[in-house]
Design a protein around this ligand. Sequence first.
Ligand code: ADE
Length: 226
Amino acid sequence: MRIDIISAVPELLESPFRHSIMKRAAEKNLLNVVIHDLRKFGIGKHNKIDDYQYGGGAGMVMCIEPILKCLDNIKEEEDFDEIIFVTPDGVLFDQQMANSLSLRNRLVIICGHYKGIDERLREHIVTMEISIGSFVLSGGELAAAVIVDSIGRLLPGVLNDETSALFDSFQDGLLAPPVFTRPAEYNGWKVPEILLSGDDGKIEQWRLEQSLERTKLRRPDLLNED
Ligand code: ADE
């Protein structure tokens, strides 16, 4: 899978894909994340990428032309499956969306800044608008990193069996159960007896109960979804 990210501040995206699981995904050639510096496609000798908004008002708006030029430049021979714009007024991102995006071959993510991008790009070019939560970030880069990370870990071969994404919170509509490691007792704090029992059936049952309990307590909204 290839994901292109268009950004006015590409430095913000230097680190997230260079470590841990995302690094492994790149090394195994399962995920190729390509970052594009929008300023390289800026207008005029100052490489302008934004301008004042029509009708007045504070805040700059990102121009159409640099973004279109950048898209043209990266399109090459293969078209995009989705052109995503990350924005607080987009559709709320969740595990289901991550699952379905992980089945695509080629995505491009446009990161907004300032007041956002010219609405005509949203009307005519963008195919999906995603928000990562009901709060406003200074730019779309961190949202893009969150989305790419959650997609990347779902690609077959990226995770090994132990860390399989199948057992993640949300994957079956429930939060993950609590986990413990050695020692079995620390400071008088004990690991639940059942996890030391060696009885796989009972342990599985306990984990399911814990998942349900945790979900009821912390995210009852998940239990009401169909
Ligand atoms: N850009 C700024 N805030 C955002 C958010 N909450 N989700 C996605 N993109 C954003």
